[in-house]
Design a protein around this ligand. Sequence first.
Ligand SMILES: *[C@@H]1O[C@H](CO)[C@@H](O)[C@H](O)[C@H]1NC(C)=O
Ligand SMILES: *[C@@H]1O[C@H](CO)[C@@H](O)[C@H](O)[C@H]1NC(C)=O
Ligand SMILES: *[C@@H]1O[C@H](CO)[C@@H](O)[C@H](O)[C@H]1NC(C)=O
Length: 354
Amino acid sequence: MSKVLLILCILSGLLLLAQAHDHHKKIKFYQLERENFKLNLTNYGATIISVITPDKHGKLADIVLGYDSIDSYKNDTCYFGAIIGRVANRIGGAKFTLDGKTYKLPVNDHGNTLHGGTRGFSDVVWSVESHKKHSHVTFSYDSFENEEGFPGKLKVSVTYKLVGKHNLFVKMIAKAVDKATPVNLAQHTYWNLRGHNSGDILSHIVQIFGSHITPVDEVLIPTGEIISVKGTPYDFLEPRKIGSKIHDLPGLYDMNYVLDRSFQKHLSKSVEVRDPVSGRKMELWSNQLGLQFYTSGQLNATKGKDGAIYHKYAGIALETQGFPDSVNYPYFPSQIVKPGEIYEHVMLYRLTAS
Ligand SMILES: *[C@@H]1O[C@H](CO)[C@@H](O)[C@H](O)[C@H]1NC(C)=O
Ligand SMILES: *[C@@H]1O[C@H](CO)[C@@H](O)[C@H](O)[C@H]1NC(C)=O
Ligand SMILES: *[C@@H]1O[C@H](CO)[C@@H](O)[C@H](O)[C@H]1NC(C)=O
């Protein structure tokens, strides 16, 4: 064999190895740490596994629900801690029409598409762009044409960054490569400020800075109305206990709030949660128009990390995002991202204890 041929063989072998590596990206864990504020994340679903913070006495606890193993994350039907996409929340009838073409999506929720389909961004392995333990981690994902039925390629990234003492900044970016596509990303962590293994969140005190909601039908698809929360159990304009009116509802809170805000690009306070027992408080600021408020009604003896068993109401998900099924409601704010445009979703979690 000539030397040239040998070198070519070696080169093509290396190329194959590189490709194989790309298709079997390793699932790993990534820590972020600043004094007694500690996070554990994984590139599987760009997921937050744990968030450890002090209570008012300085005692540490992990305040997010999660699992012990990646296998459990792969089996998960609650989307614990993950980034949801390409389109978080529901798309009615599992289809939509864009630029004259109708796109059919996987049906995974009562005839509808939930959280990006059967294998959304929460169930793929993301690449790791950069990681500095005392600063940030950035994950990226290249979504391919027709992935879960969606049009065109989409380049996505999410950065989790520590700022100040106990603040977590999250920045999600998406760029449509070649076709217009709906995009609605969401961070789906379940919080329990008393500790993930401490029972229910019904005595947490919540204030939601949204005076309207988008009511839904029996399969949780918006009816298209936008109504005031006044006089309904959805009114959290003044802080009050989550549990104080929950029994006036058919089951639980799982509702999109229209946030009261005037500038989309600006961060504004979306929701504030406080646990009177631990003294922990969390403010969530974002640049989004909607907030899905979900009190984890479907948890039913779900086996979590550290031997925890999560029952109904063990956590709350506070998902800033666009409105559900926007792609089928021309008068809801558009979620269409055209080639050359950039989708940017920022969130700031501010944790304190007193
Ligand atoms: C991060 O989470 C994984 C999965 O639960 C666990 O195996 C690992 O020990 C955790 N790492 C740290 C530093 O907590
Ligand atoms: C995942 O689900 C499969 C099938 O239901 C089950 O056999 C397996 O024990 C589950 N694994 C974990 C870690 O929950
Ligand atoms: C919880 O799961 C058990 C066992 O699968 C089932 O019998 C029960 O009806 C479920 N409870 C609720 C509230 O869904």
